[in-house]
Design a protein around this ligand. Structure first.
Ligand code: AMP
Ligand code: ZN
Ligand code: ZN
Length: 481
């Protein structure tokens, strides 16, 4: 190929490659996408062919470990902050604020147990005036933290189609004056459908296929808009398990409902007995658990350490957790709603989806896979905690990481940069030292040779002079040679 042809080809490639990009951030870019309740083993159904290939060809974990309780708000906030629920205080989708006795759902107070805690999108914003974050519907995103909101924000609104959410994100990554380097995208499926029809229904599988298309849409549109350098993490917050109405435990049969308040919904309930009724309610619940055999009752102080849940003032005096596949009577209310929504009649075999169970239950495991310039190809990382993601986000975004409960060491291996840049730098240093050594040896040899040559020529001159002296004086001094 002629040099001129090569040059024009390069020009075309550069023009085409950069045309779509009006402006992009100078910082490392990261997009985090959450599909609510996407269980780690849905890939085995072979309904998500694009996702299956993408995860295998890039970095993926068999599953991710989440935090207890396995609910949406707590886990999304743990992912965003790197903290256990007992540290950030979002201990459920509902919390009771001890100071006021208020029961709060999505609210400023719910996410501000500790005013010094900030999600990664805020940490990114605060690190520099030209770092920008854009967040779509992630739980807790619409509130200020440390007096700051993300540059771009879309509040929770289920009526916005998933592809439109992706388009919005891309418009933020390519924004002419404030391009983001960090994006967060929340999608409420397959959680919404899973709750209504269970995880074995046809309608549920159709949703999985829809999410496969969304994943492809994200991948293709990043490429189409010249955003190949965006690192993309696909994850979820928890899994789901199907239950049937015959597996609903009716607490009213065992405990007087006026003796306590319930906060949160199955599969884990916060129990607040009225004044003077703590021991009665606890005893009745323990009796009920022994009779049914399908749930566990804890006084606050009995909640196991491994949950990293107990040490927060918002944690109730009594806490009950259903065995996997079971739920409490609060589910009846949801069933009424599902019946209306789908115009169906529920029978004993009708399935519904539930989560919130012990985070060590395999059915509660979320998924994780990632691609982009900083992630390794064809790499399976060992299961890690979702709180380890915060330090990973910091590493990718080149932000200094505040102290959190998660650890970078658990996830560092999936990054190209962690191994290859140091290896490359070490290699470069070795080559540099060798070049310097080579130059040094060459110079030394050169200097020694020059000295020897000079001495030789000096001796030659000297001996020539001696010879002439000898010729003149009739003697010679060989001792000098
Ligand atoms: P869960 O049952 O724990 O999976 O909660 C999921 C539900 O939380 C979703 O179906 C939404 O109704 C709600 N949700 C999710 N994200 C948000 C948000 N950013 N703001 C308010 N509600 C949300
Ligand atoms: Zn969820
Ligand atoms: Zn849910």
């Amino acid at each position: 190929m002629k040099a001129s042809t090569l040059l024009s080809l390069c020009t075309i490639i550069i023009t085409v490659g950069t045309k779509k990009v009006s402006s992009v951030s100078q910082y490392q870019k990261l997009l985090v996408v959450s599909y609510d309740a996407f269980r780690y083993d849905y890939f085995n159904r072979n309904l998500t062919l694009f996702m299956n290939d993408l995860r295998k060809e890039n970095t993926h974990a068999d599953y991710m470990k989440n935090v207890f309780v396995t609910k949406t708000f707590p886990n999304h906030f743990s992912i965003a902050t790197g903290l256990y629920e007992e540290t950030h205080g979002v201990i459920g989708n509902q919390v009771l604020i001890p100071e006021t006795g208020e029961i709060l759902k999505d609210s400023y107070a719910m996410y501000h147990y500790n005013e010094e805690i900030a999600p990664i999108w805020i940490v990114n914003e605060k690190a520099s005036p030209d770092r920008h974050s854009g967040v779509i519907m992630w739980p807790g995103c619409k509130y200020e933290y440390l007096g700051v909101k993300p540059t771009f924000l879309q509040k929770f609104n289920m009526s916005i189609p998933f592809e439109d959410r992706v388009d919005l994100l891309i418009s933020w990554f390519t924004h002419p004056t404030q391009p983001i380097n960090l994006g967060f995208l929340y999608i409420e499926e397959p959680d919404t459908t899973g709750h209504m029809v269970g995880i074995n229904a046809k309608a549920f599988n159709l949703v999985l296929q829809k999410l496969d298309n969304v994943t492809k849409y994200i991948y293709e549109n990043l490429n189409k808009h010249g955003l190949k350098d965006v690192n993309v993490i696909h994850l979820s917050d928890h899994g789901m398990e199907s239950i049937t109405p015959k597996r609903i435990i009716d607490l009213n049969k065992f405990v007087n409902s006026s003796d306590y308040k319930i906060v949160e919904s199955s599969a884990a309930l916060q129990i607040f007995p009225i004044v003077g009724k703590l021991d009665t309610v606890y005893k009745q619940l323990v009796d009920a658990a022994n009779k049914t055999g399908h749930f566990t009752v804890y006084k606050k102080e009995e909640i196991p350490d491994r949950y990293h849940f107990r040490k927060n003032p918002r944690v109730p005096p009594i806490f009950i957790v259903a065995e996997i596949g079971y739920a409490f009577s609060d589910v009846y209310k949801s069933i009424e709603y599902y019946e209306k929504m789908q115009n169906l009649t529920v029978n004993n075999l009708t399935e519904f989806g539930i989560h919130g169970y012990d985070n060590e239950e395999p059915a509660m495991r979320p998924m994780f896979f990632a691609y982009g310039p900083m992630f390794k190809k064809n790499y399976e990382i060992q299961p890690f905690n979702n709180i380890d993601l915060f330090p990973l986000f910091c590493e990718i975004l080149n932000l200094s990481c505040p102290p959190v409960n998660g650890t970078l060491e658990n996830v560092r291996s999936c990054l190209n940069s962690s191994l290859e840049i140091p290896t490359f730098q070490i290699g470069l240093a070795i080559v540099g030292v060798m070049i310097l050594l080579g130059i040094g040896i060459f110079m030394a040899v050169y200097i020694v040779r020059r000295r020897r040559d000079r001495l030789n020529s000096y001796h030659r001159i000297f001996s020539a002079e001696s010879d002439s002296e000898y010729l003149q004086n009739g003697q010679s001094d060989f001792g000098l040679i």
